[in-house]
Design a protein. Structure first.
Length: 366
């Protein structure tokens, strides 16, 4: 059976989240920046939308330079809000995990996934699943995403890169060599400037040329391990599997309310199954937690969060419930709009041997 591997990338993620939260930004250059605090403009651009990129602004450039390039363009320059982006990413990844066989998140805005078993290696069926995934993210989060499908992680990643913005590229096993051969060798996943430079010295500029290279010559230049990888990558035969996160860093659940509300108790009633889900995940992974976060998505699609961190790890579901309720009461008092979706997240995970139970807090002193 042919493997079916996918790679999803949320287009200009941070800036796109800001556009969804504030629709007046649509059509404007938008950049999300990390300010260092040393001076008013010190820091770098984290993400630029496509309009800003047309004006020469890209991630990694200094904010001062970005501002010069954006002069007179009515650009929006926004401070990074990692908690907001993490909340959106968590919702998407949680939903995506339920639509694929295996999910391997590789960043806040991208992930590999495996569809081999559920599609029985059928690429037409895989295309339908990918289209459904993209449509679901667009409907629920109003975010566009790009997906590549292929028989290897490398092909899938190349596909999603080429599908931007908002596209889908399917590379069947039979089309793999033809897809790879004309590409610059530097496009291969994991081939950095140094390796690319060494290949250039050997007269290897394209993936097709690399695929046709003499293995012994590559081994002499790069060693057996890297040479084997380069050949497998160039021929589309790499077998690196999609691996689910072996060590979770958090568990979360977000639900859409039956109707909008600002009542913490009403929100918590509908979130009760979500809290049960989080608790089951803690039990199955033998984990306890230190931090509880309440997540509220308002009717204007903006995200608000409140967190509480304990001095020692906890595992009692009552702690999750009572803490989340208190946090939602704080959120409700601080906002002027109703909740449309609510969620809970536990993080700061530790082994159960470190946990503290609720009974220890209730036990009389002495």
């Amino acid at each position: 059976m042919d493997r079916v591997i996918g790679h999803i990338d949320f287009d200009y993620f941070y800036a796109q989240v800001e556009e969804v939260e504030n629709p007046t930004l649509k059509g404007k250059p938008v950049i999300v920046c990390v300010f260092s605090g040393r001076t008013e403009d010190s820091g770098a651009v984290a993400t630029a939308n496509y309009r800003a990129r047309e004006l020469g602004v890209h991630s990694g450039i200094p904010i001062v330079l970005a501002k010069k390039k954006l002069e007179g363009s009515d650009a929006a320059i926004i401070r990074m809000n990692h908690s907001k982006y993490e909340a959106v990413s968590s919702r998407i990844m949680e939903a995506l995990e339920q639509q694929v066989d295996t999910l391997e998140q590789t960043g806040i805005d991208e992930a590999f996934f495996d569809l081999t078993s559920s599609t029985a290696g059928d690429y037409q069926e895989a295309r339908r699943v990918a289209e459904s995934i993209k449509g679901s993210i667009l409907r629920t989060e109003h975010l566009s995403s790009s997906i590549g499908l292929g028989r290897t992680k490398i092909v899938a990643k190349l596909g999603s890169d080429m599908a931007k913005p908002g596209g889908l590229i399917v590379v069947t096993p039979g089309d793999t060599r033809g897809f790879l051969e004309p590409l610059p060798v530097a496009k291969l996943y994991g081939v950095g400037p140094k390796t690319s430079s060494e290949l250039d010295k050997m007269g290897i500029a394209t993936v097709g040329a690399l695929a046709a290279a003499e293995p012994t010559e590559l081994e002499h230049r790069f060693g057996k391990k890297l040479a084997a990888y380069l050949l497998a990558a160039a021929t589309g035969t790499d077998s690196d599997p999609v691996v689910a996160d072996l060590e979770p860093t958090q568990f979360s659940r977000i639900v859409t309310l039956k109707h909008d509300t600002r009542s913490p108790h009403e929100a918590m009633q509908q979130l009760s199954e979500g809290i049960d889900y989080v608790h089951r995940k803690l039990i199955s992974s033998s984990k306890s937690f230190r931090t509880v976060t309440a997540i509220g998505i308002l009717t204007d699609l903006s995200t608000r969060t409140k967190s509480k961190t304990f001095d020692t790890p906890m595992s009692d579901p009552t702690v999750i419930w009572e803490t989340a309720l208190a946090l939602f009461e704080e959120l409700s008092a601080a906002v002027t709009k109703d909740f449309r979706r609510v969620g809970v997240r536990v993080s700061g995970l530790a082994g159960v041997e470190d946990q503290t139970s609720l009974s220890e807090f209730l036990r009389p002193a002495g």
